[in-house]
Design a binder for this molecule. Structure first.
Ligand code: MG
Length: 387
């Protein structure tokens, strides 16, 4: 039985991970779970899965949960998350904390030699070089949970890096695929949160609408698969059936397909190198009317082009891009800026940043904190112009 810890157990990926655990009794034992502050859901997860250790990031929420006298140790703060991430007898850590908050726990898990099922793409975007070198030093496997990277991982199936001609990441294009640039100015958070194909958390759904999510995935693919950025392409594929493709040097292309459901990639990461039976329903090709692909418009989807800029600038720049985006998305959700101002905030923050080498996790967190402050400052000045 594989012993697993789940960082971000109350989020979309965390909940689906627990569904997979429940679907395959006897395969897994959940020994630790960690979440930000949703203690009602945590309480029911504790009762269902009986973990040994629980961490609640938010201290007052942790205090509330402790009052319930549940038969489990409750930890708190980042220290608590790290304790769950490094539990001595865990075989695998599912890293599914949204945003930059996932970085330290994920890095701690890698350093402790835990195999990782990686959903928290921001961790690898911020600190790809450090996490990957630590993983190889510790002999840790990082199995992607992101559907595109799971697809690439499955297509590669152990092939050599130098056999890859191109990695083709597919993107649904989000809810605004058919809107013009000028129509995007007036879209509301509610409209942006309606993703046509995938059920996901708020932050990633907005990132899907701006295509920042795909950009972060380009950076994620760069680190996970070790191919040059020139070989990573993005294609819009609104049906979300082909989850990504690998083209090999001889011109042969492998694609991974399934109905769009995160249970697929999550289950594969947990069961790897095996496959579980009947995770997803069969794909009925007679009902798939068409599979279409088109080049993304880099003017409309400016966030995507900013991620290529950040990757080329290297060092601390991807961390700055990521932090500025988190602040901008939050400001959009709170109606402080327009949808089309998200890339402005990210781009202007990047323009103010002096890139430095990222030799340590601390230097990355410093750059991220600086970017959060700078982006916040820029949002304040946008607001002044509007009012
Ligand atoms: Mg994805």
């Amino acid at each position: 039985m594989k012993k697993i810890c789940i960082l971000g157990s109350t989020g979309s990926i965390g909940r689906t991970t627990l569904e997979v655990v429940r679907q395959f009794p006897g395969k897994f034992k959940v020994i630790g779970i960690a979440a930000k502050n949703n203690i009602n859901l945590l309480e029911s997860q504790i009762n269902t899965f009986n973990p040994e250790v629980v961490a609640v990031y938010d201290e007052s929420a942790a205090g509330e949960l402790k009052k319930k006298n549940l038969p489990v140790e409750i930890l708190t703060g980042e220290k608590g998350l790290i304790e769950v991430a490094t539990l001595g007898h865990a075989d695998m850590v599912v890293s599914a904390i949204v945003g930059s908050a996932g970085l330290m726990p994920t890095f701690a898990a890698v350093s402790a030699g835990k195999n990782i099922a990686l959903a928290s793409k921001e961790s690898i975007v911020m600190a790809g070089s450090i996490i990957m070198s630590e993983a190889s030093k510790k002999g840790v496997s990082i199995i992607p949970v992101d559907s595109e990277h799971s697809a690439i991982f499955q297509c590669l199936a152990g092939r050599k890096k130098d056999e890859i001609r191109r990695i083709i990441l597919t993107a649904s294009g989000g809810p605004f695929l058919n809107k013009s640039i000028s129509e995007l100015e007036t879209v509301t958070p509610e409209a942006a949160l309606k993703h046509p194909n995938w059920q996901m958390g708020k932050k990633i759904t907005i990132d899907s609408a701006t295509l920042m999510n795909k950009g972060l995935e380009v950076i994620e693919a760069y680190w996970l698969f070790g191919v040059p950025v020139e070989k990573i392409k993005v294609l819009l594929h609104p049906q979300s059936i082909v989850h990504s493709m690998v083209e090999f040097i001889d011109g042969s292309i492998m694609a991974q397909m399934s109905v769009p459901d995160m249970k697929g990639p999550i289950s594969y990461a947990l069961s790897y190198p095996d496959r579980f039976e009947d995770v997803l329903p069969p794909l009925d090709f007679s009902r798939v009317k068409e599979l279409t692909f088109e080049e993304p418009d880099f003017v409309k989807y400016r966030c995507l082009s900013l991620t290529y800029d950040a990757l080329k600038a290297g060092g601390t720049m991807p961390s700055v891009l990521n932090a500025a985006n988190e602040i901008a998305v939050d400001a959009f959700l709170n109606r402080r800026i327009l949808f089309t101002e998200i890339p402005d905030i990210v781009s202007n923050t990047m323009a103010q940043h002096e890139v430095s080498e990222c030799n340590t996790i601390e230097s990355i967190i410093d750059a991220s904190n600086w970017a959060r402050g700078e982006a916040e400052h820029l949002i304040e000045s946008v607001k002044r112009i509007q009012t």
